[in-house]
Design a binder for this molecule. Structure first.
Ligand code: TRP
Length: 330
């Protein structure tokens, strides 16, 4: 329990299977054994100028869904980034020693500039400074992030080290990536690439999908004309269906369908039907829990207040010490 883990979750909308088997399952395992801080990155989301109603709604949605999936406020510290003004204070301090050139070279920034040339704001440019502040405010040692965030984490180390060197202290640890165990790549339902929202709502399975919708999505997935030779290699489309089946069905069921495939007697309709049944069993409890939580705003507020209270202990301590190191008078 010596590791301090910090990770932020962007309030982007409904969670899908890809999110769950990507990062979330690992968060749920981590909270059992490490000192975890998980927060909703609502400051970061201001770079895209959400309207106030949407911002609130998105935060509620993501909180309810993370909790329903199994993030546990009794095990991890779960909070809202904007409840910790110390993060923005540290962000400002860090920015004094972060250079335009190094921020302009960040891949995610360049990508955003290409996508939205009319909204290249300072918040976007300094996204890595804010992310560094999120992490080092708790003197984190590890950050469970995927490949797309590696450059941001590298910069976090650079900024932490810079602070230490500048003031001749050994204050901030240099946080490293916490590598996810058993990362399963979840295929998109249309067979092209990973499951993700950008591929279209119909190509992802969401935890809020109602039974009919779920079944429809699964029954529509592509297959091929069927195996003609015994023990033949599966096409990508069929492989994808098996990948999903392995996530939600018991091993015997998967084995039975593997055998049918190898014998060339498989009926894809049956395979999809089984997948639809088992997927509904997997999704249903989470979907119902999401509804329960969403209808209980008091419960969500309480979790965020308690979480902030815990997170504020280390955030306040860090800021007090940092102010002292920097040399503020009183
Ligand atoms: N940048 C992360 C993402 O896009 C979200 C994030 C913000 C984060 N602050 C963080 C992740 C701190 C880990 C640690 O998903």
């Amino acid at each position: 329990m010596n590791n301090i883990i910090v990770s932020g979750m962007r309030p982007t909308g409904n969670l899908h299977l890809g999110n769950y088997f990507g990062a979330l399952k690992n968060f749920i395992a981590l909270q059992e054994k490490e000192n975890c801080f998980f927060f909703i990155a609502d400051y970061h989301s201001l770079t895209t100028h959400p309207n106030p109603k949407d911002l609130k709604q998105k935060v509620k949605t993501i909180l309810a869904q993370y909790l329903a999936c199994g993030l546990n406020p009794e095990k991890a510290t779960i909070y809202l980034q904007s409840q910790l003004p110390q993060i923005s204070e540290l962000y400002m301090f860090l920015n004094m020693n972060i250079y335009l050139g190094e921020l302009e070279r960040v891949t995610s920034f360049k990508e955003k500039v290409r996508q939205h040339p009319n909204n290249v704001n300072a918040g976007l440019l300094t996204y890595p400074s804010l992310m560094a502040a999120d992490i080092i405010i708790h003197k984190a040692t590890h950050v469970p992030v995927g490949k797309d965030q590696e450059q941001h984490l590298e910069l976090t180390r650079t900024f932490a080290k810079r602070f230490n060197t500048m003031y001749g202290v050994n204050y901030f640890p240099e946080p490293v990536a916490y590598n996810f165990e058993n990362l399963i790549k979840i295929p998109s339902l249309n067979g092209e690439g990973k499951m993700g929202k950008s591929k279209g709502e119909n190509n992802a399975i969401f935890f809020v999908d109602e039974p009919n919708m779920l079944r429809k999505k699964i029954m529509k997935t592509k297959t091929d004309s069927g195996p003609v030779e015994k023990n033949s290699k599966k096409s990508q489309e069929v492989e994808n269906i098996f990948t999903l089946l392995k996530l939600v069905s018991d091993t015997q069921t998967v084995k039975d369908f593997e055998t049918l495939y190898d014998d060339c007697t498989i009926r894809y309709g049956d395979l999809k039907n089984q997948l639809a049944i088992d997927m509904e069993k997997f999704i249903a409890p989470v979907r119902e829990r999401v509804k329960e939580i969403e209808n209980n705003e008091e419960f969500m507020v309480k979790i965020l207040k308690d979480g902030a209270e815990k997170a504020l202990i280390s955030a306040k301590k860090t800021i007090k010490e940092v102010r002292d190191i920097i040399g503020f008078w009183i």
